[in-house]
Design a protein. Structure first.
Length: 370
């Protein structure tokens, strides 16, 4: 279709996706390029249009495919949002929330950007890869600033070990190294979203991929490695070869949202170990035949990795309880039973101690009488 946004990843597969979800009165196909405060920037054919939010009340995010048609006044309007083929979500920032914040939609790859000019945060990398796997897209670790640090090889080695099963590409945007290799990982016409902390070099990397300065770049403080948020919104950036990039503001935290599948992908080795324990209800806290503790003791499993896995599982369980009233009641009953049991155990222990003391005192007095 001539009115389709070919520059923004409109492929035959996307065309079929539109065909599978027809909408009455829709005449054009578009893609959300950026979400502004009151309007959406939408690519329709070769045009970029600022349009109101969908009439249906649906939430649209950067990367969404949308149906366009006339409103009552004959002007263009978003009539509907197509079902997402992939979705990158995180839990909203405030702790008590169980709602998801959708960061990006319809991407083929999630590029997790790891700069070598700062200490590698293992738990953060694992958490982000879990979310990437769970999005439905393919994760890719992109190491940046390889020209700035003498420890680049050491960082790369650690990342490869930690991100088992995920491809790792090393780049230096300043020198142009690794750019062609990175592009080769992205499918033709595919979309890749870049995730990483502020100052990780995402904007510089995008400029190198595009071949010109399309993103502002900022300095990184040497003391704490914090960078200025040069990207303030999520926006699609088309490349000459048909690939589409999505830069994102630096993400400080990544609260997981319903990421069981992602945890299975990232911690599959840990779950296989847990299944090998002698007892099916093993708590992995010193029970005989615990495969997890044996692996930690033998160095086959990092204790840090095990504790991070438990932390992520607790986070997901807490999220499920907040969104499921029945699960919350079951959790409260379980804790009530534990408290009651602990109270009984404490009283029983105190009673035994008192009886032992009384018995010991009786024997002492009897001995003196003899």
């Amino acid at each position: 279709m001539n009115n389709s946004p070919f520059l923004y990843g409109y492929t035959p597969a996307v065309a079929q996706h539109f065909d599978n979800h027809p909408l009455a009165h829709a005449s054009e196909r578009g893609r959300v390029v950026r979400v502004d405060r009151n309007l959406l920037l939408v690519a329709v054919g070769a045009d970029l249009l600022h349009l109101p939010y969908p009439l249906t009340g649906e939430t649209a995010v950067t990367g969404d495919w949308v149906w366009i048609g006339p409103n009552r006044g004959g002007e263009r309007q978003i009539l509907g949002v197509l079902p997402r083929r992939s979705e990158l979500s995180r839990k909203r920032a405030f702790e008590d929330s169980s709602a998801a914040q959708v960061l990006a939609a319809n991407m083929d790859m999630v590029g997790v950007v790891v700069p070598v000019d700062r200490p590698l945060t293992h738990n953060r990398l694992e958490r982000t890869l879990v979310a990437a796997w769970d999005s439905g897209a393919t994760p890719l670790v992109i190491i940046t600033k390889a020209d700035l640090a003498a420890v680049a090889d050491d960082v790369v080695g650690k990342v490869i070990l930690q991100a088992a099963g995920v491809d790792v590409v090393t780049t230096s945007a300043e020198n142009g190294d690794g750019i062609d290799e990175l592009l080769a990982h992205i499918p033709a016409g595919g979309t890749i979203v870049l995730l990483g902390p502020s100052g990780a070099g995402k904007s510089t990397l995008i400029n190198a991929l595009v071949g010109r300065d399309v993103q502002d770049t900022g300095e990184v403080r040497a003391g704490d490695f914090k960078g200025k948020h040069t990207t303030t919104s999520r926006e699609l950036v088309p490349l000459p070869n048909g690939t589409v990039l999505m830069d994102t503001p630096g993400v400080r935290g990544f609260g997981l949202f319903d990421a069981e599948d992602g945890i299975g992908e990232m911690f599959g080795d840990v779950e296989v170990l847990a299944a090998r324990c002698r007892f099916s209800d093993c708590a992995h806290q010193g029970e005989p035949g615990c495969a997890v503790q044996e692996a930690i003791a033998g160095g086959a499993l990092e204790e840090r990795r095990w504790h991070n896995y438990l932390k992520l599982q607790r986070e997901l369980a807490a999220l499920a309880r907040r969104s499921d009233a029945a699960a919350q009641r079951a959790y409260q009953r379980e804790w009530h039973q534990k408290v009651v049991s602990a109270g009984k155990s404490q009283r029983w222990a105190e009673r035994e101690t008192a009886e032992r003391k009384e018995g010991s005192g009786t024997k002492g007095r009897a001995g003196k009488r003899r």
